[in-house]
Ligand binder design. Structure first.
Ligand SMILES: Nc1ncnc2c1ncn2[C@@H]1O[C@H](COP(=O)(O)OP(=O)(O)O)[C@@H](O)[C@H]1O
Ligand SMILES: O=P(O)(O)OC[C@H]1O[C@H](OP(=O)(O)OP(=O)(O)O)[C@H](O)[C@@H]1O
Length: 234
């Protein structure tokens, strides 16, 4: 086992207007990456009963405020008349060098940038027409709530050099594959010492044929596919 100090892992916040497809893509990505424990998908805490295929846990408002007061949320925010939070285990996973992936609000990006040095933002987008249609067919919210979500969707933005856009205008599997590529390219290889990227790259290049590296990952580093990165170097 490698006992050397590990750098902090990467926090990936998946954001975008309500109805763009964040939860759908997160579910597909979680399935695609199942069995690779470098990737930790966060279960959000929301003051809304869980259901409808989203990965969340319910907390009553009083219980939620207690979590905030006791500093047991890594990030929290308010939207659509609800409270949302990411549990504090996020900090533990990051300290362990894992890649932590969560659905979040565009309104907390400035705060997240201050708090998390290795942050990647994935902005899921689709046209307003598609979003309106999707929110109506999702059936989770009623008419007025859908109107409010559509309004908010167009107001907030996600911009910056740490933002990568995933277009979910087509089939969900296509966009999910893009998301998975981003996640793989930003994750640390499993068995390489978790030191600086150059050292990791050099060590790995000795162990695997260079042809198995994919170039142009969204984190600017070459990256390995799942099978190769899970294989212990000889
Ligand atoms: N690419 C897609 N094509 C068609 N429908 C989609 C696509 N992506 C998501 N949906 C549907 O649109 C609705 C909103 O998606 P969801 O993942 O809940 O969005 P968000 O989490 O961003 O609000 C859901 O009913 C989902 O099944
Ligand atoms: O601030 P915004 O960037 O507009 O995002 C607003 C909120 O919508 C999402 O939650 P929720 O699960 O309620 O909504 P969604 O699944 O419809 O996006 C997201 O986690 C934010 O809390």
């Amino acid at each position: 086992m490698n006992d050397s100090p590990r750098p902090e892992g990467t926090l990936v916040l998946v954001v975008g207007p309500s109805g763009a497809g964040k939860d759908t893509l997160l579910n597909l990505a979680r399935d695609a990456l199942a069995g690779d424990d470098r990737f930790k998908f966060v279960r959000r805490i929301i003051t809304r009963p869980a259901g409808g295929g989203e990965n969340s846990a319910f907390a009553a408002e009083e219980a939620f405020q207690r979590l905030v007061a006791e500093n047991r949320l890594a990030l929290h925010w308010q939207a659509h008349g609800l409270f949302y939070g990411l549990p504090i285990i996020v900090d533990e996973w990051l300290a362990n060098g894992d890649m932590v992936i969560a659905n979040a609000s565009r309104a907390i990006l400035a705060d997240a940038r201050r708090r998390f040095p290795r942050l990647k933002i994935v902005n899921v987008v689709a046209s307003p027409e598609l979003i309106a249609h999707r929110l109506r067919s999702r059936g989770r919210e009623a008419g007025d709530d859908i109107g409010q979500r559509l309004k908010r969707g167009g107001k907030l933005e996600a911009e910056g050099s740490d933002v990568v856009t995933v277009d979910n205008s087509g089939r969900p599997h296509v966009a999910a594959e893009h998301l998975v590529r981003i996640l793989r390219s930003c994750a640390l290889p499993v068995y390489a010492p978790r030191t600086v990227p150059t050292v990791r790259a050099l060590l790995y290049l000795r162990e695997v044929p260079t042809g198995t590296w994919h170039q142009g990952g969204d984190c600017g580093l070459p990256y390995l596919d799942k099978e190769t990165s899970l294989r212990r170097p000889r």
